[in-house]
Design a protein around this ligand. Sequence first.
Ligand SMILES: [Zn+2]
Length: 551
Amino acid sequence: MRWFAALASLGLSTCVHRVSEVDAPRTVVLVAKAIRTMDPRRPVAQALAMRDGRIIAVGSRAEVLAQAGEGALVEEYPSSTIVPGLVDAHGHLAALGDALATVSLASATTEEDAVSLLSRAETMGGWLVGAGWDQNRWETKALPRRESLDGAFPATPVLLHRVDGHALWVNSEALRRAGITAETADPAGGRILRDAAGAPTGVLVDNAMALVASRVPAVSPEERRRRLSRAIETCARLGLTGVHDAGLDLETLRVLQEWDMKSLLPIRVYAMAQGQGPEAEELLGMGPFRGSRVELRAVKFLLDGGLGSRGAALLAPYSDEPSQSGLLVLEAAAFEARARRFAQAGFQVAVHAIGDRANALALDVLTRLSTERPGSRNRVEHAQVLKLDDVPRFAAAGIIASFQPTHATSDMPWAQARLGAERVRGAYAWRAVLDTGARVAFGSDFPVEDPNPLWGLYAARTRMDRSGQPPSGWTPEQRVTGEEALAGFTTGAAWASFAEEHAGQLIAGFDADFVVLPVDPVTDDPRSLLEARVELTVVGGVDVYRADRPR
Ligand SMILES: [Zn+2]
């Protein structure tokens, strides 16, 4: 249709080019089986009209056609459901681009299997780089070792990211190039795993990862832009009209700003700056800003590691490794001082916290910051394992819980072993947090999980994996309804980005951001979400993905 822009096939540096500017502004009406408006005054409608990037009417077919006037273009979707644009409240665009460009080990079922997947990989700058391994999915559940890589790659350095991004598996050549030996001390907030003799086994956790990762030659700027484009295109195809990028580097931010100024950006990006990296001072100096589709208003801090690699900071030892309680990667006083500087500069503070110890610290500090600056909508990213006493603290202080439903269904095979039966009651506790009246936003943490938001909606409603296990859902008392699941990806994400007055609902005057789906995510059997393919993704009235027009 003329009013939709064509999403150009991605060249080396551009995402999309619009044709709508050359068309006369025109009112467009979409009629569907159902429109889930997320407006409590009128939750279901049949038609909407839009013009100049905004919704101008929502209601019955007759009401909307009357308001749209003559000459409106009418599109019919008699078997489809329209929902507000889905927003992933916690993803990583640049890392998704990297993941799409590097060998994935996610399908491996054994350590040997993972090594054999590497035989098809190409080296970059002389290094073999991969991602997605997860020993919890392997038969032995044992962490991998450098020796298994050394057999196949005696001279090529190999670096493989664990699925959660909190550990690396490397071979002996990579250790040699990084100068890591039995004598190398663990860096603060990191661990070099060692055998009985003290020699590195080939797994590096959290802050120890940089010892090797810093040796990998950088990817060229052109290649990074190409990867970023591909990640954004993937999001649009999956029905994401926006992403909250949980920790952008400055280069990525500047590329997004450039594309935004040229109207080349198909989706909206709400950026969280990195609060503890080398660019923190520069970001603090820049302060928040708002472009057309790119906004920088948040800063993200990382307090602990992942549960899978036992890096998450727990108040009591791991149930399956009593000598470990995880790690705080940022010391409490330093975290609070840095967070306060960003808060005073006008940033919303977002804190990655997995373990109950990290979450308690995050809530302590964010509660103080929220008291100092009411309305600051600070947020805890993941909020994965909560002490039960901490559950009501989100609502009490106006702190947002930013959850990733698919983390629960990926982690459930081993989460109880890590935590024990008592602590698991506060883990992935969406229902418990919602019931206190807290604001909740949903995301995926892509590329840790798949970016498909329909899979997130499914996981939120079912607490089952994609093969339907366990049949009644894992800790099913934490399931949410279809409406609540959709809210997490729409109104919840809008609130978390201060956008609730123009996004998250389909209401006259709001942004024309919506998705046309072959299923109703609220009332249809949740299993139908697993195979469903987005039919149309519209951002600001512009078609950014259309299934029936293959590119
Ligand atoms: Zn993340």
